[in-house]
Write a protein that binds this ligand. Structure first.
Ligand code: FAD
Length: 392
């Protein structure tokens, strides 16, 4: 029904105005109420001097923090691609802030990752290379990260939203008493050197921009494939700053006994260049064979919306979207997918989106480069056969 104010309960505290995610509420005052508010504001003004002093102190403290850091995630010396994607985003931030992009490299025999960081845009790498850091363990990495952050005071620290990054970023932010925004989809800075961290909120219904303006460093994690991979510049050089940490093996409770790698052969939709995705409009599991044929012609893979996964037509690792994977292929073909915001956040940065849907009002068409209004059971086989003919 119509929204209404329960007048005998409302005390005019304006909390509802502040929390409304759509900025849809406004409160109007009578002239008497305005007079009361003006007198209250006058009283509050007397505390302005104190506020200014606080503000001055805050700015002075914040000014001591400089530099953008990217944590270079590695497993047995092999870097995670998301770290280089973050270098691309970090370089933009560093440029806007007039500061340096730095890599944080922790492990054993990992000096080569410093050179790799320079190739992806870092000007400096902080390197901690000791046997105790051979395998990722929260206690050890937390200790060394916090001590380096305390010593060098970076204003921004970025990590991949991977298993390791999510674990470490949360632990570090808690220890150094600062804020952390997880799974950001956009990063930039304002004119007060605050990091504007954008991510979906309220189940993806709005995009929220979150700031941590009173504490440093400002910390954010970003999922793989959200940021664009920067160009690699062979032969780029930078400065390596070697650090050590006196944490001993005996102090660490966790021991890594064996690393069992995920079996190869599974489909990685996150890294695919061509994705043909199916949604509820596919009607049945068997119909996904049709999408596989189209994907095979393109040299791509089959993805799915959550509805298709929930229906048991596709496994969860094929799900695209907020609770699935974020993808950035060259071409994303959405078949029988309506384009709910939770799906869009996972694929809208694809280079090209082709949507096939019989409902011309479907929201997927708003992010589509090419839209085909029609029955997918006719359009998809037609596309596949056209591609086959082109190939011959
Ligand atoms: P529908 O919305 O039912 O759309 C089916 C479409 O198929 C319709 O547009 C219809 O016109 C079209 N169609 C039907 N038959 C044909 C035909 N023969 N030819 C052509 N077109 C046809 N969703 C995700 O995808 N990924 C996520 O990660 C995700 N996370 C979520 C997280 C949260 C917290 C919540 C609340 C929801 C999430 N969802 C996610 C679900 C999301 O809100 C939608 O419900 C879902 O994406 C809808 O899937 P769909 O487009 O396949 O189905």
């Amino acid at each position: 029904g119509e929204p209404r104010i329960v007048e005998d309960k409302c005390i005019g505290c304006v909390k509802c105005v502040k929390v409304c995610p759509g900025n849809a509420l406004e409160i109007f005052y009578t002239p008497e109420e305005l007079a009361v508010l003006a007198s209250l504001e006058k009283e509050a003004g007397q505390a302005d001097d104190e506020v200014d002093e606080d503000e001055r102190l805050r700015r002075e403290t914040i000014a001591a923090w400089r530099g953008v850091w990217v944590f270079v995630e590695q497993t047995e010396g092999e870097p995670a691609r998301v770290s280089w994607e973050l270098m691309g985003a970090g370089a933009e931030l560093a440029k806007s802030l007039g500061t340096e992009l730095c890599a944080l490299v922790i492990g054993e025999n990992v000096e080569h990752l410093c050179r790799e960081s320079f190739a992806y845009g870092a000007a400096r790498a902080y390197l901690v290379d000791q046997p105790v850091f051979r395998h990722y363990r929260t206690e050890a990495y937390l200790e060394v990260c916090c001590s380096l952050i305390g010593k060098y005071k970076p204003e921004i620290v970025l990590m991949g939203a991977t298993g390791m990054g999510r674990d470490l970023a949360g632990a570090v932010a808690t220890r150094v008493k600062t804020g952390l925004t997880a799974d950001c989809t956009g990063l930039d800075v304002d004119d007060r050197r605050n990091l504007r961290q954008t991510r979906p909120a309220f189940g993806g219904n709005i995009m929220a921009t979150i700031m941590c303006d009173r504490f440093r460093p400002q910390m954010a994690t970003v999922r793989p494939h959200v940021m664009q991979m920067p160009e690699r510049k062979d032969g780029a050089t930078g400065e390596i700053i070697r650090e050590t940490c006196d944490i001993r093996e005996a102090d660490i409770l966790t021991k890594v006994l064996e690393i069992i790698r995920e079996k190869k052969g599974g489909v990685d939709i996150a890294g695919a260049e061509f994705i043909v995705s199916g949604g509820r409009g596919m009607m049945a599991k068997e119909n996904f064979g049709m999408l596989q044929e189209l994907a095979d012609e393109l040299g791509g893979v089959v993805g799915a919306s959550r509805s298709a996964v929930d229906a048991g037509w596709m496994p969860h690792e094929r799900q695209v979207g907020q609770t699935g994977k974020t993808v950035r292929p060259k071409i994303y073909i959405a078949c029988g997918i309506s384009g709910a915001i939770q799906h869009l956040v996972g694929m809208q940065d694809s280079d090209m989106v082709i949507a096939i849907n019989r409902d011309k009002e479907a929201p997927i068409f708003q992010v589509a480069t090419y839209g085909i209004v029609g029955d997918l059971f006719r359009v998809v086989p037609a596309l596949t056969s056209q591609l086959r003919q082109l190939r011959q």
